[in-house]
Write a protein that binds this ligand. Sequence first.
Ligand code: NAD
Ligand code: MG
Length: 406
Amino acid sequence: MTKNHRNESPQVKRVCILGSTGSIGVSTLDVIARHPDRYLVVGLSANSRIEALFQQCLVHKPAFVSVTKENDARTLSEQLIKAGLEVDVLVGEEGLIQMAESDQSDYVMAAIVGAAGLRPTLAAAQAGKRVLLANKESLVMAGRLFMDAVFENGAELLPIDSEHNAIFQCLPKPSVNGRSDFFNSGVRKILLTASGGPFLNTPVEELSSVTVKQACAHPNWDMGRKISVDSATMMNKGLELIEACWLFDAKPEQVQVVIHPESIVHSMVDYIDGSVLAQLGNPDMRTPIAYGLSWPDRIDSGVPALDLFSQHKLTFSVPDLERFPCLRLAYEAMESGGSAPAVLNAANEEAVAAFLAEQIRFDQIPSITEQVLNAHQCNEVSSISQVLELDKHARHEANQFIKALS
Ligand code: NAD
Ligand code: MG
């Protein structure tokens, strides 16, 4: 990656998108395409959807791309040459890391799903980039190490998860590259909203027979399959609770999950004087993506204005931890601290993959995750290699339980 990508002005921010073919990646490209004067796409990546990546290259003409497999890299290189495009094609995790830390980019959108996002996202933080964080799993796995990397390297960490982006917008003074002490400056609680997913009102006894299609059909948001299943079990909210603790230096008891099925209020901050600040909007990820890209300014995201008059009712209720044991497991893992959240994340990823492959039932996702956590001896985590080792071990354990069931 030696060639300098075009001759852009310093005001133009050069953006690299890790996971550009996914739901967040595509929404990011949509926002960027609305502002060619402000943003330039320099890097894109895909795991398996190589044709989609090629099409993105034709439109955005990046300097480099990264794919997982060698043979995909060869095929793509040939296609790009035929199309007359000069694009460096990188491969594997090393390719993603090289992209994330390249001095040809200013902003890195971390939109890979799951643990595969950890090392590239961390590399972006270590390189002092503005990191637009959609990949919540990296904070769940390596919270302390990740936040230290952000502060030590002067990176800017902007939350893209809609709830965290909302909280960020409602907090006293935006602080992205200095440690903030929100809970000593008037914040009483973070109110993390959750839609409750497709099974909020399904009789609990029916959860054992729900299908992959039903679990992936989120009532309000159009997302990738893994996060859709996480939303259905509410593990997504559990991961977000952990994410919020790291991002805003909160204790688990300072984060209250609030069921809000309409997904209009994206989260709130409760202050000691009785004020509650909320961020509202249509459920469309382009809003938080645009805010992450433009902060502290605002830009058009393509999202229509919220029509308050068409909202008949906004409702709020307390989550039922018996219906959603994954949420309880996440609270417990964050309270245990140390290695527990990384184990929770790995076990959940394996259980969700097994459910998507129709090897286990939906209600077995929490039970497998819980069994792996119960068998785990929690300890402190001091390096990324330790996190990766824990991740590998927990996946192995989860697969033992999955095999026993299927
Ligand atoms: P997705 O499944 O639609 O896309 C995932 C992207 O990651 C794809 O580009 C894919 O090519 C890439 N990828 C998958 N496995 C990979 C691997 N092993 N190595 C390299 N690349 C790989 O997922 P998504 O819904 O866009 O979610 C992405 C991240 O954003 C997740 O961490 C999710 O929790 C978070 N997030 C998503 C939404 C949403 O609305 N979709 C909202 C909030 C947070
Ligand atoms: Mg979210």
